[in-house]
Design a protein around this ligand. Structure first.
Ligand SMILES: Nc1nc2c(c(=O)[nH]1)N[C@H]1C(S)=C(S)[C@@H](COP(=O)(O)O)O[C@H]1N2
Ligand SMILES: [Mo]
Length: 454
């Protein structure tokens, strides 16, 4: 196990990488049981092998007595035939990456079907979430629906109600676009001051994919929808949760909302709503109705259970805010992040993700002293509207305690708030739409912890 984990060559490891799949409890048990020895050993081995460039960048290569056997002894893969090409089947990640998984949060009560699994943000690069690691939120469990039996209906304020098969949808002109989807409840547990241990659990209800499908406006026009008096649509899923959400017609007219069948170059995954799902860029995840079976055109909001009882924001004055749809600008450092361990002082690449439901991310600043000083990070291309954006910035850790934060700004000029600013507007009893600045405390022993400052 330990040997396997080192081979991925990353200088920072998510706790899961060090450990069995039992998850986070084991992490803390091992930490208490003196895991630091292991980390030291791991560092020596890593520095001798795959992580050598890092050690050398610090001008501090770790000599290995008698030479490094990983260099001196030719491995089997260099001296004999490899495995044959797969004649059929679906490719899988390396066996050494088996710990990179979606996980259920230790901070949440789970039932089998009404549940959440979080994406392992600490292990991902770039902006695309591999489909098999996309977070999941099901109100009633997921289904693998036979596409030949699935029907999609448009009715309400339309001249001719229509029913489409999936094949009929796939014949129409399509678009492919990268967008993030974030559950309105992402980072909800931290709002209540509960510090879940890793970025997977604080922010892992966000994912980003390239989705392919047909603009909803095209389908509405085909049904002769009344686009003048029709101010809203109701989107309905085919699963037993009766997931129904109101979407304003203005968003649909902009051409941004589409009925997707594709995700990252292949058909949607069943967990993501195969065979059809609504894509509502910038809007909270609950409106991205999966297993989409019906769109009804109407002239007022529908106030369904999922928008009158659930997904409402309790304000400081005791009123509930309905229809908070846009996910405001937000960011998080994914490396270093909670549960990871910095192996030694020296150079590190601070990396993270930023996004805004209002357009493109314009700038991300990073602080390593709890928000006193800020430096502007590099935004990596592509920077796309309503998609995850990757940022990176250099950091030389002096081995002293540090508080790492990121603060994003979007193209509207909106700046991500800290907790104090957020609570002054939203109070302390809210659950949804926490976009506050996240703080990670790097301790002297290298262990990184979730903390709240300000
Ligand atoms: N039909 C249907 N659509 C649904 C849901 C659901 O349970 N059923 N969950 C919603 C919620 S609350 C979220 S956050 C997203 C989650 O999408 P994902 O599971 O693809 O990540 O789907 C939304 N659409
Ligand atoms: Mo959600």
């Amino acid at each position: 196990m330990k040997q396997q984990d080192l081979s991925s060559g990353r200088i920072l490891k998510a706790p899961e990488s060090f450990l069995s799949r039992d998850g986070i409890k084991t992490v803390f048990a091992e930490a208490r049981a003196g895991r630091r020895d292991f980390i030291r050993n791991a560092f020596a081995a890593a520095a001798a092998g795959v992580a050598a460039p890092v050690a050398m960048a610090q001008g501090n290569p770790v000599p290995v007595e008698g030479g490094d056997p990983n260099i001196l002894t030719l491995p089997t893969h260099s001296t004999s035939l490899g495995q044959g090409v797969a004649t059929e089947g679906y490719g899988k990640p390396s066996q050494f990456e088996a710990n990179v998984q979606r996980r259920q949060s230790p901070g949440l009560t789970q039932t089998t079907q009404a549940s959440v699994s979080f994406a392992p943000l600490q292990s991902l690069f770039g902006i695309v979430t591999p489909s098999g690691l996309h977070f999941e939120r099901h109100h009633q469990g997921w289904w693998d629906i036979d596409p030949s039996k699935h029907r999609f209906m448009i009715n309400g304020m339309v001249k001719s109600p229509r029913v489409f098969t999936v094949d009929e949808i796939m014949r129409l002109p399509s678009v492919s676009r990268f967008h993030f989807i974030e559950c309105g409840a992402n980072t909800a547990v931290d709002w209540g001051n509960v510090a879940v241990p890793t970025v997977q659990y604080t922010h892992g209800m966000v994912s980003c994919s390239e989705f392919t499908g047909v603009p909803l406006i095209t389908l509405l026009e085909m049904a002769g929808a009344d686009l003048k008096n029709g101010k809203f649509v109701l989107a309905e899923g085919a699963d037993g949760s009766s997931m129904t959400r109101t979407i304003p017609m203005s968003l649909i007219k902009s051409g941004e909302v589409f009925v997707a069948y594709g995700q990252n170059g292949e058909m949607l995954r069943p967990e993501q709503g195969y065979p059809l799902r609504l894509i509502v860029p910038g809007v909270q995840g609950v409106s991205w109705v999966k297993y989409l079976r019906r769109i009804e055109v109407g002239d007022k909001p529908y106030a369904t259970k999922d928008e009158a009882v659930h997904y409402i924001d309790l304000q400081p004055d005791g009123q509930h805010r309905q229809y908070t749809s846009i996910q405001e600008c937000k960011s998080v450092v994914t490396t270093p992040s909670g549960g990871q361990v910095l192996l030694d002082k020296g150079f590190y690449n601070i990396s993270g993700l930023a996004w805004s439901g209002r357009g493109k991310v314009k700038r991300v600043d990073v602080s390593v002293d709890g928000g006193r000083n800020w430096r502007t990070a590099r935004l990596e291309s592509p920077v796309l509207s309503k998609a995850l954006t990757r940022f990176n910035i250099d950091w030389v850790w002096d081995g002293k305690p540090a508080i790492v934060q990121s603060r994003a700004m979007d193209e509207t000029g909106y700046v991500q708030p800290n907790y104090k600013q957020l609570r002054s507007v939203r109070g302390t009893r809210s659950i949804y739409h926490n976009n506050a600045i996240q703080s990670w405390l790097v301790q002297e022993n290298g262990e990184v912890k979730n903390v709240q400052v300000s």
